[in-house]
Ligand binder design. Structure first.
Ligand code: UT7
Length: 329
């Protein structure tokens, strides 16, 4: 029998303790606090400690989500980890996290490479898994981007931060129902944001590593900016239409925290007042697939998501992939 309503049973997040300011970046690259704030709105980001890994961050967020749901590891039937910064190359992060959390022999999957869209894509998959018989799916979005990016490329390094967020997806009785999800991909734009070295096209070699190419994230910032605004606002409109809801009824928009200017442009395109858009990019930077759950947890803690509130999530990442979801808390 299908559960009546499927949604977010619990939420959790974790950000590493170390705070790195914009001024600190000027020790590594030719940049300034003024440039970073003006172009991105980012003031600080969290950076994982030396021994801390993707699974360490993901575990903390997952435990917080389980505690929030009042559930234990035995209550989870499946695990999906959205990450572009896996614990190791093989096997996937989800198998290592499954063991760490003591979930038992439940199936686990990584959703890798879809950048900042990964968490909402994973929510979409988790929702359909619950609709087809799983009791609960644990979804984790975790990124340790400080270890993936080049600390000498000012075009990218100042944008990112580390963090993790998690949600337990299952039958909901009170709030948290996921009313609708939309998602899309345009693979013709794959070359605009990515990291080629290490794959089969450009295998990892000593020469490439010596040139620091294994960290060389390729990004056409302006193009990414334009596409992000277009797809985040279009997906938001599509999910509202699918659910038969108008923007006026939405209490809060929680967009992927890429860049303050992108968030402002999305708000303008949707014609929503800035006060209706949750922003924490100034404190965390762009934390990839961790960004939406981290923002959701903070928005809830700040009292921005009262019972019954409609919350609109919208995101965009490498691929290009985009996804939006509408949740009634
Ligand atoms: O989830 C997706 C992740 N990616 C994004 O969200 C990125 C989206 N794109 C953006 O947010 C913006 O395009 C950036 C913030 C990356 C760049 O802002 P922009 O207004 O598009 O600047 P630009 O790329 O046109 O660069 C302007 C100048 C360049 O110098 P020249 O060529 O004009 O002399 C850059 O080299 O700014 C320079 N620049 C910097 N200067 C100081 C680039 N990065 C920095 C920096 N500090 N960190």
């Amino acid at each position: 029998m299908q559960p009546a309503k499927v949604g977010l049973v619990g939420l959790g997040a974790y950000a590493p303790e170390r705070v790195m300011t914009n001024d600190e970046w000027s020790r590594y690259v030719d940049t300034s606090d003024a440039w970073i704030v003006e172009r991105t709105g980012i003031r600080r980001r969290r950076i994982a400690a030396e021994g801390e890994t993707t699974v360490d961050l993901g575990e903390k967020a997952a435990l917080a989500a389980l505690a929030d749901a009042g559930l234990g590891p035995g209550d989870i039937d499946e695990l999906i980890v959205a990450t572009d910064t896996p614990e190791v190359y093989l096997p996937d992060t989800s198998s290592i996290l499954q063991h760490r959390l003591g979930l038992g022999a439940v199936p686990t999957y990584d959703l890798g490479g879809s950048g900042c869209a990964g968490f909402v894509q994973a929510l979409d998959v988790a929702r359909s898994r619950v609709l087809t018989g799983k009791r609960r799916v644990l979804v984790v979005g975790v990124e340790l981007l400080s270890r993936l990016m080049s600390w000498t490329d000012r075009n990218t390094c100042v944008l990112f931060g580390d963090g993790a967020g998690a949600a337990v997806v299952g039958e909901v009785r009170r709030g948290g129902e996921i009313l609708a999800v939309v998602a899309g991909t345009d693979g013709s734009r794959a070359g605009i944001l990515g990291l080629e070295v290490g794959g089969t096209r450009k295998p990892f070699t000593l020469e490439r590593a010596q040139r620091d190419e294994h960290h060389a994230i390729v990004m056409n910032g302006r193009e990414v900016f334009r596409e992000a605004v277009h797809h985040m606002s279009e997906a938001a409109q599509q999910v509202l239409e699918l659910a038969g809801v108008t923007l006026d009824e939405v209490a809060l928009v929680v967009p992927h925290q890429a860049n303050l200017r992108i968030l402002q442009a999305v708000a303008k395109a949707l014609d929503v007042p800035a006060g209706k858009v949750f922003v924490n990019v100034e404190e965390y930077g762009n934390t990839g697939s961790a960004s939406i759950p981290l923002a959701l947890v903070q928005a809830r803690a700040a009292g921005r998501i009262p019972a019954g509130a409609l919350v609109l999530l919208t995101t965009f990442g490498a691929g290009f992939h985009w996804a939006a979801a509408l949740v009634r808390f």
